[in-house]
Design a protein around this ligand. Structure first.
Ligand code: CAA
Length: 380
């Protein structure tokens, strides 16, 4: 397999790296504390085409590939994990399913605004009693004339407080278990829709994570996304795509932690020499750099399979996400260790990176769920 990046991919990496250092690094610590959704920087990112990376130009996107999207999420997350997941969700959990499963009318109606940053997107799968097991969701959708009436509450929704376009899942026939789930495109101002509690999270704190409440929410029947009863497949396929980006987010946070540790270990002097000259520090740095590269290769492999048109890359996406989650927590922990007391303080970015890293093991399927997916595929 060839992992040489194209000239365009290299150029975009450089462009995003420069942008992230100039625009995101100065505000990353601040928004982590304030939880303010970074609309101003996201607007600039939209102008660079970063919010609709894989959407064709005719719908307002940049028309690029999934490997490029992974590179973008990685570079953004290297500096600010909140921006990283906002971009990942807008691209692969909102715009992608509308593009992949939507009708021409739905694509034309919703994608240009999601790509331009005029509106943000989010997805509503998880519920208070349906996390790892989305088929146990309790939200229902009942057809009444030209509308579906949706009732239920979604939780842990990235971009929730700010998004205006939501891909939401509900049971149109609860008796059929996963064959009775349907996907809908729901707009924020549909009657009966509201945003609930804004969550105060451990990491990725500026992502507007919230509940979504549908209380007799009326959704036009034309807003069914894909076929009625095919919603579970929409969830599973979309998560296959999106897990690649969460792998990329983990790689980015890990790379940021490696970079910060290299810099700090060269500057910090103890026992009369920079601590990078001590073998126990070198042992940690070597481990961190190697594991970050390995996670990056797994992530690019999954993305390149999607780019090559593979129908199923479930196993590869799960491996990328699982491994990136394992290593980013370890890499960030070691980064804090190398920084010593300073690493335990908000004066250094590794403290935030350690908190941000933990979510990679949890959202878009916990590491235990990824192992179930991998094992099922290995045993096939
Ligand atoms: N692609 C397409 N279809 C798929 C699929 C895939 N990757 N995986 C499964 N399916 C289909 C199956 O073929 C099956 O359909 P048929 O019966 O017609 O063949 C159907 O889906 C059900 O499959 P399973 O029996 O395997 O389903 P399951 O109930 O055992 O669940 C699971 C499998 C992997 C555990 C799944 O429930 C899962 O991934 N859970 C984790 C949920 C998750 O990741 N949530 C994240 C929420 S979003 C989020 O976190 C966003 C954010 O904030 C950033």
């Amino acid at each position: 397999m060839d992992f040489t990046l194209t000239q365009d991919q290299k150029m975009i990496r450089e462009m995003v790296r420069e942008f992230a250092l100039k625009e995101l690094e100065p505000i990353a610590a601040e928004i982590d504390q304030s939880r303010e959704f970074p609309r101003a920087t996201l607007k600039k990112m939209a102008e660079l085409g970063l919010l609709g990376v894989i959407i064709p130009e005719k719908y307002g996107g940049a028309g690029l590939d999934f490997t490029t999207l992974a590179i973008i999420v990685e570079e953004v997350s290297r500096v600010c994990a909140s921006h990283g997941v906002i971009v990942a969700v807008n691209n692969s959990l909102a715009a992608y399913p509308i593009y992949h499963f939507g009708t021409e009318e739905q694509r034309k109606k919703y994608l240009p605004d999601l790509c331009s940053g005029k509106k943000f997107g989010a997805i509503g799968i998880t519920e208070p009693n349906a996390g790892s097991d989305p088929a146990s969701m309790e939200t229902t959708a009942v057809l009444e004339g030209d509308n579906y009436r949706l009732n239920g509450t979604k939780c842990w929704i990235t971009n929730g407080t700010e998004a205006e376009t939501f891909v939401v899942f509900a049971y149109t026939d609860p008796s059929l278990r996963h064959k009775g789930v349907t996907a809908f495109i729901v707009e924020k101002d549909f009657p009966g829709f509201s945003v609930g509690k804004h969550e105060d999270l451990m990491g990725i704190r500026a992502t507007g994570n919230s509940e979504l409440i549908m209380d007799d929410c009326l959704v036009p029947a034309e807003n069914v996304l894909g076929e009625v009863g095919e919603g579970f497949k929409v969830i599973m396929h979309t998560l296959d795509v999106s897990r690649i980006d969460i792998g990329a987010q983990g790689v980015g946070i890990a790379q940021g932690a490696v970079d910060a540790s290299v810099k700090y270990s060269k500057e910090r002097v103890q026992f009369g020499k920079p601590i990078c000259e001590f073998e126990m520090i070198q042992d940690m740095l070597a481990d961190m750099a190697t594991k970050t590269d390995a996670a990056r290769l797994l992530t690019y492999r999954a993305a390149s399979m999607k780019d090559a048109g593979s129908e199923r890359f479930t196993r590869e996406a799960a491996m990328a996400k699982y491994y990136a989650a394992e290593i980013v927590v370890e890499v960030a922990r070691k980064a804090v260790q190398i920084h010593g007391g300073n690493g335990y303080s908000k004066d250094y970015p590794v403290e935030r990176m350690y908190r941000d890293a933990k979510i990679i093991e949890i959202y878009e399927g916990t590491s235990q769920i990824q192992k179930i997916v991998i094992a099922r595929n290995v045993l096939k």
